[in-house]
Design a protein around this ligand. Structure first.
Ligand code: ZN
Length: 194
């Protein structure tokens, strides 16, 4: 049975992958939500259940290989490939260019499904798309766990996410949580994240 969007969110909450409060993001902006996908995917059974949503969506597509950008996408791509019974490779940046290393390669006409954990602007996925095009592979689709663009990012191929999540953040000057006097938490700092 496939998880609904709410089931997925429940797993995020349960594993503290999704926190509510007053957070300082790496961009310097403030937000009432903080999301760290790795917190839920560290449990292989949750990763398996969530990825099933992606592999089921693409199960009738002709796929030779699942590919993902390193690092976040690796656990997702590996699991989706396992469920579909396909090969799995990943791309990584070398001198700022998304490349295939470790003896990985794509052949002309190879049918690839691209996977990722979180899409915000889609930057890494677009780089893998470019790489696949250079290799003249056939891109079949893009599957990912969280769409933080709330459907705004379109890759130009069939795409599927297990959950859409809106990101609301504020410049600190305009942050309503600061005005309320809520303590600001820097995610990852031991002090505040129990
Ligand atoms: Zn604030």
């Amino acid at each position: 049975m496939n998880l609904t969007e709410n089931d997925v969110l429940e797993l995020f909450n349960k594993t503290k992958a999704l926190l509510s409060g007053h957070f300082l993001l790496t961009s310097g902006r403030h937000s009432n939500k903080y999301f760290q996908c790795a917190k839920v995917l560290q449990y292989p059974n949750y990763n398996e259940a969530i990825c099933k949503n992606i592999s089921d969506f693409f199960k009738d597509y002709e796929i030779d290989t699942v590919i993902c950008p390193a690092i976040g996408g690796i656990v997702v791509g590996q699991e989706v490939a396992r469920q579909l019974g396909k090969k799995f490779i990943f791309a990584e940046r070398e001198n700022n260019t998304m490349s295939l290393r470790r003896g990985f390669d794509l052949k002309e006409g190879e049918k690839v499904l691209i996977c990722e954990d979180v899409v915000t602007t889609g930057g890494s996925v677009f780089e893998v798309i470019e790489l696949a095009k250079q290799k003249k592979a056939n891109i079949v689709g893009v599957g990912f766990i969280v769409d933080r663009s709330f459907g705004k990012v379109k890759f130009g191929y069939p795409q599927h996410s297990t959950v859409k999540m809106e990101v609301i953040s504020y410049l600190k000057e305009y942050c309503p949580l600061c005005k309320e006097g809520l303590e600001l938490v820097k995610p990852g700092s031991r002090k505040n994240l129990k």
